[in-house]
Design a protein around this ligand. Structure first.
Ligand SMILES: Nc1ncnc2c1ncn2[C@@H]1O[C@H](COP(=O)(O)OP(=O)(O)OP(=O)(O)O)[C@@H](O)[C@H]1O
Ligand SMILES: [Mg+2]
Length: 255
Protein backbone atom coordinates (compact mmCIF):
# COMPACT_ATOMS: atom_id res chain seq x y z
CA UNK A 1 0.00 0.00 0.00
CA UNK A 2 1.16 3.51 -0.70
CA UNK A 3 1.40 5.58 2.44
CA UNK A 4 2.15 8.77 0.58
CA UNK A 5 1.60 9.84 -3.00
CA UNK A 6 2.37 13.08 -4.75
CA UNK A 7 0.78 13.65 -8.15
CA UNK A 8 2.17 16.46 -10.23
CA UNK A 9 2.87 18.78 -7.33
CA UNK A 10 3.70 22.37 -8.18
CA UNK A 11 4.49 24.93 -5.52
CA UNK A 12 4.72 28.64 -6.09
CA UNK A 13 5.53 30.75 -3.04
CA UNK A 14 3.58 34.03 -3.02
CA UNK A 15 3.64 36.10 -6.17
CA UNK A 16 1.93 35.41 -9.44
CA UNK A 17 1.21 31.85 -10.48
CA UNK A 18 2.78 30.57 -13.64
CA UNK A 19 4.45 27.32 -14.51
CA UNK A 20 8.13 28.08 -14.84
CA UNK A 21 11.43 26.71 -13.67
CA UNK A 22 11.68 29.23 -10.83
CA UNK A 23 8.88 27.54 -8.95
CA UNK A 24 9.89 25.77 -5.74
CA UNK A 25 8.31 22.58 -7.12
CA UNK A 26 7.49 22.00 -10.74
CA UNK A 27 5.40 18.89 -11.23
CA UNK A 28 6.72 16.34 -8.76
CA UNK A 29 5.17 12.89 -8.75
CA UNK A 30 6.21 10.09 -6.43
CA UNK A 31 4.82 7.15 -4.52
CA UNK A 32 6.07 6.01 -1.16
CA UNK A 33 5.20 2.49 -0.12
CA UNK A 34 4.90 1.34 3.45
CA UNK A 35 8.31 0.26 4.74
CA UNK A 36 10.30 2.17 2.12
CA UNK A 37 13.49 3.95 3.12
CA UNK A 38 13.90 6.79 0.65
CA UNK A 39 16.65 9.36 0.44
CA UNK A 40 16.03 12.68 -1.30
CA UNK A 41 19.01 14.52 -2.70
CA UNK A 42 19.46 17.61 -4.82
CA UNK A 43 21.16 20.99 -4.85
CA UNK A 44 20.32 23.66 -2.30
CA UNK A 45 17.08 25.36 -3.30
CA UNK A 46 15.87 22.44 -5.41
CA UNK A 47 12.69 22.06 -3.33
CA UNK A 48 13.46 19.23 -0.91
CA UNK A 49 12.15 20.92 2.25
CA UNK A 50 9.15 22.25 0.34
CA UNK A 51 8.33 18.71 -0.78
CA UNK A 52 8.53 17.30 2.76
CA UNK A 53 6.37 20.14 4.09
CA UNK A 54 3.70 19.40 1.50
CA UNK A 55 3.79 15.63 2.05
CA UNK A 56 3.51 16.11 5.81
CA UNK A 57 0.50 18.39 5.45
CA UNK A 58 2.32 21.40 6.90
CA UNK A 59 2.09 23.31 3.64
CA UNK A 60 -0.27 23.14 0.66
CA UNK A 61 0.59 22.49 -2.95
CA UNK A 62 -0.35 25.20 -5.44
CA UNK A 63 -1.30 22.53 -7.98
CA UNK A 64 -1.43 18.76 -7.86
CA UNK A 65 -2.62 16.15 -5.45
CA UNK A 66 -1.25 14.63 -2.25
CA UNK A 67 -2.68 11.35 -1.01
CA UNK A 68 -2.15 9.96 2.45
CA UNK A 69 -2.95 6.25 2.77
CA UNK A 70 -4.73 6.54 -0.57
CA UNK A 71 -6.94 9.43 0.56
CA UNK A 72 -6.76 12.86 -1.01
CA UNK A 73 -5.38 15.32 1.53
CA UNK A 74 -7.78 17.94 0.13
CA UNK A 75 -10.60 15.95 1.75
CA UNK A 76 -8.94 16.23 5.16
CA UNK A 77 -10.01 18.93 7.62
CA UNK A 78 -7.32 20.85 9.53
CA UNK A 79 -8.04 18.62 12.52
CA UNK A 80 -7.67 15.45 10.42
CA UNK A 81 -4.26 16.67 9.27
CA UNK A 82 -3.21 17.52 12.82
CA UNK A 83 -4.28 14.03 13.98
CA UNK A 84 -2.47 12.36 11.08
CA UNK A 85 0.71 14.28 11.91
CA UNK A 86 0.47 13.52 15.62
CA UNK A 87 -0.34 9.84 15.26
CA UNK A 88 1.80 8.81 12.33
CA UNK A 89 4.64 11.19 11.73
CA UNK A 90 7.99 11.75 13.35
CA UNK A 91 9.47 14.91 11.90
CA UNK A 92 13.07 16.04 12.19
CA UNK A 93 13.16 19.47 10.63
CA UNK A 94 16.17 21.14 9.09
CA UNK A 95 16.37 23.79 11.81
CA UNK A 96 15.46 21.40 14.69
CA UNK A 97 12.49 23.49 15.97
CA UNK A 98 13.34 22.87 19.61
CA UNK A 99 11.52 25.03 22.14
CA UNK A 100 14.08 27.35 23.75
CA UNK A 101 12.42 27.42 27.18
CA UNK A 102 12.46 23.66 27.59
CA UNK A 103 15.46 21.45 28.32
CA UNK A 104 16.51 18.88 25.74
CA UNK A 105 14.78 16.15 27.73
CA UNK A 106 11.57 18.16 28.07
CA UNK A 107 11.63 18.87 24.35
CA UNK A 108 12.07 15.20 23.54
CA UNK A 109 9.19 13.98 25.69
CA UNK A 110 6.78 16.71 24.60
CA UNK A 111 5.02 14.61 21.91
CA UNK A 112 4.10 12.01 24.53
CA UNK A 113 2.25 14.52 26.68
CA UNK A 114 -0.22 15.18 23.88
CA UNK A 115 -1.34 11.57 24.21
CA UNK A 116 -4.02 10.58 26.70
CA UNK A 117 -2.42 7.57 28.32
CA UNK A 118 0.75 8.84 29.92
CA UNK A 119 3.00 6.17 31.38
CA UNK A 120 5.56 8.27 33.26
CA UNK A 121 7.94 5.40 34.02
CA UNK A 122 7.79 4.25 30.40
CA UNK A 123 8.57 7.78 29.22
CA UNK A 124 11.57 8.10 31.52
CA UNK A 125 12.97 4.77 30.35
CA UNK A 126 12.42 5.54 26.70
CA UNK A 127 13.98 9.01 26.81
CA UNK A 128 16.93 7.65 28.72
CA UNK A 129 17.40 4.84 26.22
CA UNK A 130 17.34 7.23 23.24
CA UNK A 131 19.48 9.94 24.86
CA UNK A 132 22.09 7.39 25.95
CA UNK A 133 22.10 5.77 22.52
CA UNK A 134 22.69 9.13 20.83
CA UNK A 135 25.20 10.23 23.50
CA UNK A 136 23.34 13.27 24.77
CA UNK A 137 22.27 11.98 28.19
CA UNK A 138 24.78 14.32 29.87
CA UNK A 139 23.11 17.28 28.17
CA UNK A 140 19.52 16.32 28.98
CA UNK A 141 18.98 19.16 31.50
CA UNK A 142 20.49 21.86 29.31
CA UNK A 143 18.57 24.31 27.18
CA UNK A 144 18.98 24.30 23.38
CA UNK A 145 21.05 27.52 23.31
CA UNK A 146 23.56 25.99 25.74
CA UNK A 147 24.41 22.95 23.64
CA UNK A 148 26.01 22.42 20.24
CA UNK A 149 24.13 22.20 16.93
CA UNK A 150 24.86 18.48 16.74
CA UNK A 151 23.47 17.94 20.24
CA UNK A 152 20.34 19.91 19.35
CA UNK A 153 19.96 17.85 16.20
CA UNK A 154 20.16 14.60 18.14
CA UNK A 155 17.62 15.87 20.70
CA UNK A 156 15.29 16.72 17.79
CA UNK A 157 15.81 13.18 16.48
CA UNK A 158 14.92 11.73 19.90
CA UNK A 159 11.76 13.86 19.95
CA UNK A 160 10.75 12.47 16.56
CA UNK A 161 11.53 8.88 17.53
CA UNK A 162 9.99 8.80 20.99
CA UNK A 163 6.48 8.03 19.74
CA UNK A 164 7.66 5.13 17.52
CA UNK A 165 6.12 6.84 14.48
CA UNK A 166 5.02 4.82 11.44
CA UNK A 167 6.54 7.40 9.11
CA UNK A 168 9.68 9.44 9.64
CA UNK A 169 10.38 12.58 7.63
CA UNK A 170 13.83 13.85 8.30
CA UNK A 171 15.33 16.97 6.72
CA UNK A 172 19.09 16.67 6.71
CA UNK A 173 19.13 14.85 10.05
CA UNK A 174 22.88 14.29 9.96
CA UNK A 175 23.83 17.76 8.71
CA UNK A 176 25.32 18.80 12.05
CA UNK A 177 26.66 15.44 13.16
CA UNK A 178 30.24 14.18 13.10
CA UNK A 179 30.84 11.01 11.12
CA UNK A 180 30.56 8.72 14.13
CA UNK A 181 27.24 10.18 15.29
CA UNK A 182 26.02 10.26 11.71
CA UNK A 183 26.76 6.56 11.17
CA UNK A 184 25.08 5.71 14.46
CA UNK A 185 22.00 7.66 13.46
CA UNK A 186 21.81 6.02 10.03
CA UNK A 187 22.21 2.54 11.54
CA UNK A 188 19.34 3.36 13.88
CA UNK A 189 17.19 4.39 10.89
CA UNK A 190 18.11 1.16 9.12
CA UNK A 191 17.25 -0.85 12.23
CA UNK A 192 13.76 0.64 12.69
CA UNK A 193 13.12 0.37 8.95
CA UNK A 194 13.99 -3.33 9.01
CA UNK A 195 12.60 -4.32 12.41
CA UNK A 196 9.52 -2.11 12.68
CA UNK A 197 8.85 -1.53 9.00
CA UNK A 198 9.03 2.22 9.63
CA UNK A 199 8.63 4.23 6.43
CA UNK A 200 11.42 6.77 6.17
CA UNK A 201 11.93 9.77 3.92
CA UNK A 202 15.20 11.51 4.46
CA UNK A 203 16.56 14.60 2.76
CA UNK A 204 20.32 14.60 2.77
CA UNK A 205 23.32 16.26 1.16
CA UNK A 206 25.53 13.47 2.45
CA UNK A 207 26.11 10.62 -0.01
CA UNK A 208 27.33 8.36 2.74
CA UNK A 209 24.13 8.84 4.76
CA UNK A 210 22.08 8.34 1.56
CA UNK A 211 23.84 5.02 0.92
CA UNK A 212 21.95 3.55 3.90
CA UNK A 213 18.64 4.13 2.09
CA UNK A 214 16.98 1.56 -0.16
CA UNK A 215 16.12 4.15 -2.80
CA UNK A 216 17.37 7.63 -3.57
CA UNK A 217 15.43 10.29 -5.48
CA UNK A 218 17.35 13.12 -7.07
CA UNK A 219 15.56 16.42 -7.34
CA UNK A 220 16.59 19.29 -9.53
CA UNK A 221 14.72 22.52 -10.31
CA UNK A 222 11.64 21.29 -8.50
CA UNK A 223 11.37 18.03 -10.45
CA UNK A 224 12.35 14.42 -9.87
CA UNK A 225 15.41 14.11 -12.08
CA UNK A 226 16.07 10.41 -11.55
CA UNK A 227 15.91 7.71 -8.90
CA UNK A 228 18.02 4.70 -8.05
CA UNK A 229 17.42 1.61 -5.95
CA UNK A 230 19.90 -0.15 -3.74
CA UNK A 231 20.56 -3.66 -4.93
CA UNK A 232 24.07 -4.06 -3.66
CA UNK A 233 26.27 -3.30 -0.66
CA UNK A 234 26.49 0.20 0.80
CA UNK A 235 29.83 0.94 -0.80
CA UNK A 236 28.69 0.20 -4.35
CA UNK A 237 25.46 2.12 -3.76
CA UNK A 238 27.49 5.04 -2.43
CA UNK A 239 29.46 5.10 -5.69
CA UNK A 240 26.29 5.08 -7.79
CA UNK A 241 24.94 7.96 -5.71
CA UNK A 242 28.11 9.94 -6.42
CA UNK A 243 27.72 9.20 -10.13
CA UNK A 244 24.15 10.52 -10.12
CA UNK A 245 25.18 13.65 -8.26
CA UNK A 246 27.86 14.26 -10.86
CA UNK A 247 25.28 13.88 -13.63
CA UNK A 248 22.71 16.24 -12.12
CA UNK A 249 25.52 18.75 -11.95
CA UNK A 250 25.72 21.91 -9.93
CA UNK A 251 28.55 22.66 -7.62
CA UNK A 252 29.46 19.53 -5.74
CA UNK A 253 29.73 21.43 -2.44
CA UNK A 254 26.18 22.65 -2.95
CA UNK A 255 24.99 19.05 -2.80
N1 LIG B 1 8.66 30.45 2.57
C1 LIG B 1 9.20 30.68 1.37
N2 LIG B 1 8.85 31.78 0.67
C2 LIG B 1 9.35 32.02 -0.57
N3 LIG B 1 10.21 31.20 -1.18
C3 LIG B 1 10.61 30.09 -0.54
C4 LIG B 1 10.13 29.78 0.77
N4 LIG B 1 10.69 28.62 1.17
C5 LIG B 1 11.49 28.23 0.17
N5 LIG B 1 11.45 29.10 -0.86
C6 LIG B 1 12.16 28.98 -2.15
O1 LIG B 1 11.75 27.77 -2.77
C7 LIG B 1 12.85 27.08 -3.33
C8 LIG B 1 12.99 25.70 -2.71
O2 LIG B 1 13.32 25.85 -1.33
P1 LIG B 1 13.55 24.62 -0.37
O3 LIG B 1 13.70 25.17 1.01
O4 LIG B 1 12.47 23.63 -0.57
O5 LIG B 1 14.92 24.05 -0.91
P2 LIG B 1 15.84 22.87 -0.36
O6 LIG B 1 16.02 21.93 -1.50
O7 LIG B 1 15.27 22.33 0.90
O8 LIG B 1 17.22 23.62 -0.10
P3 LIG B 1 18.32 23.36 1.06
O9 LIG B 1 19.11 22.17 0.59
O10 LIG B 1 19.15 24.61 1.02
O11 LIG B 1 17.64 23.15 2.35
C9 LIG B 1 14.07 27.98 -3.11
O12 LIG B 1 14.27 28.72 -4.29
C10 LIG B 1 13.66 28.86 -1.96
O13 LIG B 1 14.30 30.10 -2.03
MG1 LIG C 1 15.91 22.36 2.83
Amino acid sequence: MYVLQAENITKVYGGKFEINSNNALNGISLNIEEGEFTGIMGPSGSGKTTLLNILSGLDEATLGKVKIMGKDIASFTKDDIAIFRRENLGIISQDFDLLEDLTLEENAILPLFIKDDIDEKGIKDKVQELFRFFNIWEQKDKYPHNVSGGQQQRAAACRALITNPKIIMADEPTGNLDSRASTKFMKYMQMINENKNTTIMMVTHDSYAASFCKRVLFIKDGKVYTEIYRKEGGKEFFNRILDCLAIIGGEIDEI
